[in-house]
Design a protein around this ligand. Structure first.
Ligand SMILES: [Cu+2]
Length: 58
């Protein structure tokens, strides 16, 4: 992630995952805080969405 455009893209990708309640992508820390319903989705699906958007989740 290099700029605010990336932040928006990653944020949208994560937000589009079913079960995600809230997402906050931080450019400086290079991290995303995601609140999601564990009965609906999991970290693997969220990371897959980030990968699909063209970014490599840590
Ligand atoms: Cu960018």
């Amino acid at each position: 992630m290099a700029c605010n455009h990336c932040v928006v893209k990653v944020g949208k990708a994560i937000a589009s995952v079913e079960g995600v309640v809230e997402v906050d992508v931080n450019l400086e820390k290079r991290e995303a805080v995601v609140i999601f319903e564990e009965s609906v989705t999991d970290l693997g699906k969220i990371k897959a969405a980030v990968r699909e958007a063209g970014y490599e989740p840590l």
